[in-house]
Design a protein around this ligand. Structure first.
Ligand code: SF4
Ligand code: SF4
Length: 70
C-alpha cells in the first residue's frame, strides 16, 4: 500500500497536487492553511495510490513530505 503525507503548515493551497494526481486522490480539506484557503488532503479509501510521487514533485512548497511505496 502506498501513501503520502501532506504537511498542513507548509501547504499554500495552490492545488497543483490535486490537478496532477493520476488517481484523483488529493482533495481540498476542511482546514484553512497559511494562506487562509483550504489545504489539500489525501484520501485513499480503496488503496489506489501508485506511490508515483508526482504530487510531491509538483508541490512548490515541499509540503508533501513523505511518499511510501510498497
Ligand atoms: S501542491 Fe503543495 S502547496 Fe499546493 S495544494 Fe498541494 S500540498 Fe498544498
Ligand atoms: S503518489 Fe501519485 S497516486 Fe499517490 S497521491 Fe501522489 S500523485 Fe496521487
Amino acid at each position: 500500500m502506498s501513501y503520502i503525507k501532506i504537511d498542513d503548515k507548509k501547504c499554500k493551497s495552490c492545488y497543483l497536487c490535486i490537478d496532477i494526481c493520476p488517481k484523483k486522490l488529493i482533495k481540498k480539506s476542511e482546514v484553512c492553511g497559511k494562506t487562509g484557503e483550504l489545504v489539500a488532503k489525501f484520501e485513499d479509501k480503496n488503496n489506489e495510490c501508485l506511490g508515483c510521487a508526482q504530487c510531491a514533485l509538483v508541490c512548490p512548497d515541499i509540503a508533501i513530505t513523505e511518499v511510501y511505496k510498497s
